[in-house]
Design a protein. Structure first.
Length: 111
């Protein structure tokens, strides 16, 4: 046991951890609502994902559609989704990185 002010210090740590957890949950909710766009083929295919990585939209320019070459179109779709997901991951790092670092810096917490 820590003599004197040991208990209030633990209470303060718990309050800080709870606030950080709430901040993290709020940031995750914001990410889930934030659209992020990626593209391929010079903009012929555009994918929209949420900051959490959920595919929400796909726009394909008619110039990208060649019935004789669906493989290239499929590659463009995959590339656009990857591009959007990369942007979503960067957004996650921006929003969640500082919060995760804050949690990891608290003594006694396994982060």
């Amino acid at each position: 046991m820590i003599p004197g002010g040991g208990q209030p210090n633990m209470q303060q740590l718990l309050q800080q951890a709870q606030k950080m957890q709430q901040d993290l949950a709020a940031a995750q909710e914001e990410l889930a609502r934030t659209p992020v766009e990626g593209s391929a083929g010079g903009g012929l295919v555009k994918a929209t994902v949420t900051g959490g990585g959920e595919l929400q939209g796909l726009v394909i320019d008619p110039k990208a559609v060649d019935p004789e070459d669906t493989e290239t179109l499929a590659d463009l779709v995959v590339a656009a989704v990857r591009d959007a997901n990369q942007s979503a991951q960067e957004l996650q790092q921006q929003k969640l990185g500082p919060l995760a670092q804050g949690l990891g810096g608290m003594p006694g917490l396994p982060f």
